[in-house]
Design a protein around this ligand. Structure first.
Ligand code: NAP
Length: 539
């Protein structure tokens, strides 16, 4: 436990909250600057999202060869991915390999949750408190808390009455769960549900799936990676990463077709959609230039996707229930599955549409829905996260004038560039709301932010500049810009977690920046080159 030093003196130059991909790289970069750094991490190991999400079937939906750090040739050359889409255990092993290689753990305090951070304008220091009783002062505070880390179980009545065991996919027991011979209920059919359901269905005696929104899903096309593919990437990764930064999504595994839907013949469109569907992954959303921009263009792709999905389910009435009709394709995270729709052809699997018959409560024996009790020995909540803001606001953050971040963000997050918020000096968010984050390859966006924050802190420390803080004007303009971009897109047409819509009490604001990693990166560079225009630098 660390107790604060004498008044006015920091205990550490920087505190980083979280030891996932973002916190690990941030630690490495700040240490290289010669700063003293302490990382706090709730888990007992590194990994963040990949430490907690150990549910059966957990796998990345970005290809392994792109979902890795791109800052060190030595690190990437020393690691060999085995599958096109890495499973959670392999990603966690990779993160531990990086932690070993960079000797990160000595500066990470595990099993410690940061509970509060308060800025003192006089000393220019943050006081950080933890659930283990630490209380220490730091000059810089970096929230590397992840976008999808605050797991959320909905407020169903009666959870406490349930006689069996229940689990959340985002907080899965480390020892694993054996569902063999059990009656299992899964609530939720987003990415986590769609990945875990086929594995659970293989084990369970009976599986009941409670679906509120049918989602677009396409076969991931996972496969072992060949030696040649891996070897090729080892030669090109650093250059590939540079290219990825110049793309919309931070990915080079596919290109966007710039032609508009109406400029293509129906045959050419069909061919393009089919090729991209077979390729797997997010390539499908780049089949033509206006696929994510106009409803008419999107409808063509959505019809195509539904036809592919329908063909995988034997019974037409079940297939129909699994068809997403209420939102354009791609505006909720597109799901990549391995055998998801086919499991509805199994006799031990039952689908309950909770839009037709809402869940009334959890009972001692299972789930009461539409007046019928579905008995279960175990319930899996694949119900998602308090996304993008949940983990940040989980810390009681108080800014320069005593303002609470929770209050400031009560009507939705307000940041400049997703990096900082006016009134909160020297507080940085990695992939915060207002940045491309969840709409991109997270590793590319994490590196983009960590590099920017490192350069910024380096300039402040070498220039004896005490603090940096977003101006209110810049922040207001940025929030308005993000809202405008979102309004011009199809994104607001879905009740998605991008909009905060999965949490009844959350304000509905589109949170990530939808303008692309390339455009955003350009803006970051311009701001830095213009002496941090839009930020206030304090002497
Ligand atoms: P999610 O996409 O938010 O899905 C949650 C599911 O639970 C939805 O089907 C939702 O229905 C349902 N649900 C929530 N509250 C409910 C309620 N009260 N009653 C009935 N159903 C309810 O969460 P997730 O699947 O954990 O995925 C979150 C994100 O994490 C993904 O979009 C993705 O970005 C990331 N992720 C990535 C991977 C990967 O890389 N492979 C894997 C898992 C997750 P509604 O849609 O109607 O709200």
């Amino acid at each position: 436990m660390t107790q604060g030093s004498s008044a006015g003196q920091p205990d550490f130059d920087a505190v980083i909250v979280g030891a996932g991909f973002a916190g690990m790289y941030m630690l490495h970069r700040l240490r290289k600057l010669g700063l003293s750094v302490r990382v706090f991490e709730t888990g007992d190991g590194v990994g963040g999202t990949w430490y907690w999400n150990r549910y059966p079937g957990a796998r990345c939906d970005v290809e392994s060869l792109e979902y890795q750090y791109g800052f060190s040739d030595e690190i990437q050359k020393g690691w060999t991915w085995t599958e096109r889409y890495a499973a959670q255990p392999e990603i966690l092993r990779y993160q531990n390999y990086v932690a070993d290689k960079l000797d990160l753990r000595k500066d990470i305090q595990f099993e410690t949750r940061v509970t509060a951070a308060k800025y003192d304008a006089q000393s220019g220091l943050w006081t950080v408190e933890t659930d283990k009783g630490d209380r220490l002062r730091t000059r810089f505070c970096v929230m590397a808390t992840g976008c999808l880390s605050a797991a959320r179980v909905p407020d169903f009545k009666g959870i406490g009455d349930f006689a069996g065991k229940w689990y959340h996919t985002g907080n899965w027991p480390h020892e694993g769960v054996d569902f063999t011979g059990k009656r299992v209920a899964v609530i939720g059919t987003g990415s986590s549900g769609i990945q875990s359901i086929p594995v659970i269905a293989d084990q369970a005696a009976h599986l009941t799936i409670f679906q509120r929104t049918a989602n677009f899903t396409l076969p991931a096309g996972n496969k072992p990676l060949s030696r040649e593919e891996v070897a090729r990437t080892k030669e090109t990764l650093l250059a590939d990463r540079e290219r990825a930064r110049q793309t919309r999504g931070g990915l080079i595994c596919f290109d966007y077709n710039e032609a508009l839907a109406e400029e293509m013949t129906p045959e050419a469109r069909e061919k393009e959609l089919a090729a991209r569907w077979t390729q797997g992954g997010f390539a499908f959303l780049g089949a033509y230039g206006d696929l994510m921009a106009t409803k008419e263009a999107n409808d063509i792709a959505a019809d195509f996707a539904r036809a592919q999905m329908r063909a995988r389910v034997a019974k037409p009435e079940i297939a129909e229930k699994l068809m997403p009709y209420d939102h354009p394709v791609g505006v909720k995270r597109l799901c990549l599955d391995t055998g998801y729709l086919e499991i509805f052809n199994q006799p031990n699997v039952e689908l309950v549409d909770v839009r037709e018959t809402p869940i009334e409560r959890i009972t001692k024996a299972g789930v009461l829905c539409g007046g019928k009790e579905y008995e279960a020995d175990a319930i899996v909540f694949a119900t998602g996260f308090d996304a993008m803001t949940g983990a940040i606001l989980g810390v009681d953050i108080t800014g320069r004038d005593g303002e609470k971040l929770r209050e400031k963000w009560a009507a939705g997050p307000r940041t400049y560039l997703g990096l900082g918020s006016a009134g909160f000096p020297n507080l940085f968010f990695i992939t915060g709301p207002g940045s491309p984050s969840v709409l991109s390859n997270m590793i590319v966006s994490i590196e983009q932010h960590v590099d920017w924050i490192t350069d910024c802190i380096s300039k402040l420390t070498s220039g004896n500049i005490r603090s940096i803080e977003a101006t209110k004007d810049a922040e207001d303009a940025w929030v308005a810009h993000v809202n405008e971009l979102a309004a011009e897109s199809l994104y607001p047409q879905a009740n998605s977690w991008y909009m905060g819509a999965n949490i009844p009490s959350k304000p509905q604001v589109f949170m990530p920046y939808p303008g692309g990693v390339d455009v955003y990166g350009q803006k970051l560079a311009e701001v830095a080159a213009a002496d941090y225009e839009g930020f206030l630098l304090g002497a």
